[in-house]
Ligand binder design. Sequence first.
Ligand code: ADP
Ligand code: MG
Length: 243
Amino acid sequence: MDLHLDRITLVYPDGASTLTAVDDVSLTVPAGTTTALVGPSGSGKSSLLAVAGGLTRPTSGTVTIGTGPDAPVLSPTTSVAEATRVRRDHVGIVFQQPQLLASLTAVEQIELLAHLRGRRPSSLRERALELLDAVGLADQAHRRPAALSGGQRQRVAIARALATRPDVLLVDEPTSALDHGRGLAVVELVTSLARECGAATVLVTHDESTLGPVDAVVRLVDGRLVADGAADAPLAAGAPVAG
Ligand code: ADP
Ligand code: MG
């Protein structure tokens, strides 16, 4: 299912005044494709991801997953319970820090999330091992986080986010702690898994040297989407990657 962000604005209270972290952003991410979201620190990338994933309600605008009268929608009036349901049933999130539980093995991390989200226990182990294989960690399934490298932990978090077969995959700066080669490998992995799983994927990064594999790149400056290279031209949808 496609992810549609329609005129999203997010305003945080900031002392006596307010801070507009996301300013009238519209973006469509087709199912199975990856859009990279780039921009300087503080430009609103994580805030936009939080709105797209139902972690934060937009101040105005709507997020729609798919189309038609039954499509899940997140809006300023969506209840917390409904936002939680949409997130649980439709969204996979990979945070900047992998947030793995120290006491669980790689395969258990993936099983636990799917289990908490109501998947049948009998199918969990098989699916978890499949996913670990897909991220190149079949032989690390029974290791705990302390025995994995930073890149391997990030791969476990990616596999975990896909365990519930989400329609939307949101990945926040997965490469920030990795060197160029490993960062590029993670972007390649996310892009190919998005295609295989049919997930509409948004990948935040500030490392623009790793954007080769993605389908589109959009840039945020001060909360606004701008055309690549032109800081004042608004952009309604994902722009194709140049070259
Ligand atoms: P990025 O991910 O691009 O670095 P963020 O979305 O984290 O940017 O932040 C955008 C702006 O919103 C920044 O000015 C940041 O300080 C502010 N901000 C982020 N989260 C909050 C919050 N929970 N409350 C208030 N201000 C916030
Ligand atoms: Mg951020």
